[in-house]
Design a protein. Structure first.
Length: 160
């Protein structure tokens, strides 16, 4: 849903209202501490983003549907990954990973994280174990993909 608010003929603010649905984690973590799913989403975004949209907020419709609100910006750009070379894709993935790591790092306070992790090696072993299993799975998936290509069940095109 889009709301158009004008100050005059030249200045307009377009707000986007997006429905705030329950988190997929609720069945595992329990109900949110927030009374409105839009509020939960907004607070999550504020934790993750270095600078949030000044119009970011939440509301509820007359029928009880919960929304979060943000400014709609048509100037957002997106990468055209179809034209990426392997090197550009690798660099792009690295930048995206850095930005994601930065936003996640902003979400937690180091004393809380340290207290949660504790002083044992359990956390680092769990994370490194997961990373190794993930890498193994990726290698297995790639082997199956190559086999499917060899057996002509799929066609793979390589571009530079």
């Amino acid at each position: 849903m889009i709301g158009l608010f004008t100050v005059n003929d030249e200045d307009a603010i377009i707000l986007q209202f997006k429905e705030g649905n329950p988190s997929v984690l609720e069945k595992y973590a329990g109900n949110s501490v927030y009374n409105n799913h839009g509020e939960r989403i907004v607070n999550g975004q504020r934790l993750m983003q270095t600078v949030s949209d000044i119009f970011l907020g939440w509301t509820k419709s007359r029928d009880g549907t919960e929304f979060y609100v943000r400014q709609l910006r048509d100037m957002k750009a997106s990468a055209n990954v179809e034209n990426f070379t392997p090197k550009i894709l690798e660099e792009y993935a690295s930048v995206c990973g850095w930005a994601l790591a930065k936003s996640h790092a902003k979400a937690g306070r180091s004393p809380e994280i340290t207290g949660y992790i504790g002083k044992t090696e359990a956390f680092s072993q769990a994370v490194s174990g997961f990373a190794i299993q993930y890498a193994d799975q990726t290698e297995n998936d790639f082997a199956l993909l190559k086999k499917a290509e060899t057996e002509k069940r799929i066609v793979v095109t390589y571009e530079n």
